[in-house]
Design a binder for this molecule. Structure first.
Ligand code: DGJ
Length: 730
């Protein structure tokens, strides 16, 4: 059993393969956090805490004579508010009498087999492996609210999930103003924070900074998890490297507005609070009602590589679901960068014919296929094929594509509407906009108010209608603007603070209904590239378009940042044209292939315009991707260098799950004259096994891991190389 409760000390211990999490109910009933870190045997970690009299840190009434006992300096599991803990709080609420304070004390707990689920929200699931759940119930007597803290312990995976449920056990309405998923404390140590910021076309750029005194806030109020701040942070020991050092991952499984606050306080303690953003959040909690927070996925690992491995394995096996979870992902051709809105049946078929010749398996018809969609100013909302572009209708085109031996995928952007659309003309109140105010436009489109039941019904019927009518096995689901002017005509004014979250509850419901009804359809998530790349979306779409930037050199950095949290199988990566449409950079086809093969692979260029030589190379790339996919998707990633200005190359390696095969990659990002030989030490091989290296030489794993490998001199425009490492002593 991975969860223990010691009745005599009132301490809970949650144990994973290498880690341990401890908390205890103290003499006043507060749930104190004791420890999260590598295993410490049976030790009760209370011994590590001594409390001092801290002057301005006040004392609970029952402890008024013990000035060293203060909530303001105590490590806690979910914090009180308004009662003397002045650090970032996990929850805030206001009550019928106008008061805004509550303190939560232990009431009961339960230890359950299996993993809890969260009503209405995606969460990590178990596959029947050893997983246990701890539920601790806390209560504030005066305010009459209870909080259930959920802990899911995935022992083998070294993962602990957390979520909270806030229950109004009184007879008056409670207004929730903040409802975080968890509080995690690191009372001792010197820490850095890594977060993943960015912008459209440059998502998830890693940044590592020492935690200063004060509050670091990673936030999105854009109505999406966002290009700007991914809902994932790492707090690591200042000395931590890829290979060693305490590293804590905090991943919020949510796709809407989020906030992570990391406070380094006056006594050097670090508190991490994460959850739905409280900016503009206000939730009416009626008597007898519960509010469920999104889930947080925590891991504690020795080194950043191990931390990534923990997330990669969990996301592949316990987050992603459905037919495509572990299976081969079809190599696809997407027409977006080949045609943009300029679609004709003839053009599409010319690309599709070539694609089939080259071994590609699926054709994705992107934006522009529906009525009135000749640019991005009109048409969203009316999902009716444009017969000017497709004279034989969508069905006719799909038949021809299927006849070539290709499967068919379709782009949609269901959450949006253009004012110039029949949908908007019929239901102007279905679009989000504040009363008496011209809405902020973005890509000249508005967001549908998915918090409304009618909008949910309409979207379900429309998408299900397309999937019923046509032979579609792939949907690329786009979302091309942030949500502003948040307002729903279906909620009264005091409840407008619920709309942004209700939007996501209905989006998840929509996805859930569609994926259950059409299990053979593979969904690709997308939001102007990777603006909604998060564990919430991955519960429904096994892969996500990583970025609208397809330049392989930019992509290296984007995919590098993405790799800290998300496995390669979730990263849609395509070979596009050179010069690249976003950056104008020219790169060799081989380099574009090497970079895109570190994901779920495809093409996005006009294949019908390529030379015979390029076509022959693409045929080889497709074959090679199919051979490498099991290593890349099921194996382990090792980042052997960093990307960025301080290095002139990026090198990374995948090792197959059985360690019998590895593929070593390099891309020279800044070719140097007369450079020193580029040398890397491989990782993750079997030390005593003998490997053949690119048909060049043979040696054992330890030689490659200690002595390393020196690349030949690579010159020219952004050259790349893959090295095959294949075990031969079996
Ligand atoms: C943004 C996506 O990220 C692109 O790949 C493409 O689908 C366009 N939208 C289409 O409008």
């Amino acid at each position: 059993m991975s969860i223990r409760f010691d009745e005599s000390t009132k301490a809970f211990t949650l144990e994973t393969k290498t880690g341990c999490y401890q908390m205890k109910v103290d003499e006043l009933g507060y749930l104190q956090h004791l420890y999260y870190g590598p295993k410490v045997g049976q030790t009760n970690m209370s011994y590590a805490f001594r409390t001092y009299d801290h002057g301005f840190s006040g004392n609970p009434y029952d402890m008024r004579l013990n000035r060293a006992y203060s909530l303001d300096s105590m490590a806690q599991e979910y914090t009180s508010f308004g009662v003397g803990d002045f650090r970032v709080t996990s929850i805030r609420a206001s009550f019928a009498d106008g008061s805004r304070c509550a303190e939560f004390r232990y009431e009961s707990h339960e230890i359950l087999d299996g993993k809890y689920a969260i009503p209405g929200l995606p969460s990590v699931y178990d596959n029947g492996e050893e997983v246990h759940t701890l539920v601790v119930t806390l209560k504030d007597i005066a305010a009459n609210i209870k909080i259930k803290l959920y802990y899911g312990v995935f022992a083998e995976q070294d993962i602990i999930t957390r979520a909270a449920e806030i229950f109004n056990s009184g007879s008056d309405i409670v207004w929730l103003r903040k409802a975080s998923s968890m509080c995690l404390e690191l009372p001792f140590g010197k820490w850095d924070m890594m977060h993943f910021h960015g912008r459209h076309c440059m998502e998830r750029q890693p940044e590592r900074v020492p935690l200063f005194h004060g509050i670091h806030t990673i936030v999105s109020g854009r109505g999406m998890s966002s290009h700007q701040h991914n809902p994932f942070v790492i707090v690591c020991d200042r000395e931590a490297t890829e290979d060693a050092g305490a590293c804590y991952g905090v991943m919020l499984m949510y796709s809407g507005n989020h906030k992570t606050e990391i406070e380094r306080d006056q006594f050097e303690g670090v508190r991490i609070v994460t959850g739905i953003s409280d900016d503009r959040f206000r939730w009416e909690l009626k008597p007898g009602a519960s509010f469920h927070t999104p889930e947080v996925i925590l891991t504690c690992a020795n080194g950043l590589t191990q931390l990534s491995h923990n997330y990669h394995r969990l996301i592949r096996h316990n987050v992603v679901r459905g037919t495509y979870k572990l299976s081969h992902r079809p190599v696809l051709i997407n027409n977006w960068e080949a045609t943009y809105f300029d679609i004709t049946e003839e053009k599409i078929l010319s690309i599709a014919e070539k694609a089939k010749e080259l071994g590609i398996e699926l054709f994705v018809l992107d934006d522009g296929w529906f009525k009135n969609r000749n640019d991005d100013n009109a048409g969203l909302g009316d999902w009716i094929p444009d017969t000017n572009k497709l004279p034989n209708g969508l069905g006719g085109l799909i038949k021809k594509i299927n006849a070539l031996g290709l499967r068919f995928g379709l782009w949609i952007e269901p959450e949006m509407v253009n004012e110039d659309s029949d949908l908007y003309r019929a239901h102007p109140d279905w679009a989000m906009r504040a009363p008496n105010r011209a809405p902020m436009m973005s890509r000249n489109q508005l967001v549908l108010d998915l918090s409304r039941q009618e909008v949910l019904d309409y979207l379900y019927e429309t998408i299900a209608g397309l999937l019923e009518k046509y032979n579609i096995t792939y949907i690329k689901w786009d979302f091309n603007r942030s949500i502003s002017d948040v307002y729903s005509h279906s909620f009264p004014s005091p409840r407008q603070g619920e709309v942004a979250h209700r939007y996501y509850l209905n989006l998840y419901k929509l996805y859930d209904m569609l994926t259950k009804r059409f299990p053979h359809v593979l969904f690709e998530g997308c939001a102007g590239g990777g603006g909604r790349f998060d564990a919430g979306m991955l519960a429904y779409s096994p892969q996500i378009w990583c970025s609208d930037n397809t330049d392989p050199i930019s992509r290296l950095k984007i995919q590098y940042g993405t790799s800290f949290a998300y496995p390669a199988c979730t990263v849609c990566a395509h070979v596009s044209a050179s010069p690249n449409h976003q950056t104008g950079r020219k790169t060799p086809l081989s380099t574009r292939g090497v970079v895109a093969m570190s994901g779920s692979f495809g093409y996005e260029l006009d294949l019908s315009l390529l030379t015979d030589e390029d076509c022959a190379e693409i045929k080889e790339q497709v074959k090679r991707y199919k051979e490498l996919e099991p290593i890349v998707h099921d194996g382990k990633l090792y980042r052997l260098s960093q990307t960025g200005d301080s290095t002139h190359y990026y090198s990374w390696e995948y090792v197959s799950a059985d360690q019998n095969r590895a593929v070593l990659n390099i891309v020279v990002t800044n070719p140097l004259a007369n450079s020193a030989p580029v040398h890397v030490r491989l990782k993750g091989l079997l030390p005593d096994a003998v490997y053949r290296i690119n048909d060049e030489f043979e040696c054992n794993g330890s030689a490659l891991m200690i002595g390393g490998y020196t690349f030949p001199r690579l010159t020219g425009d952004y050259p790349a190389m893959q090295v095959d490492i294949i075990r031969i002593d079996r």
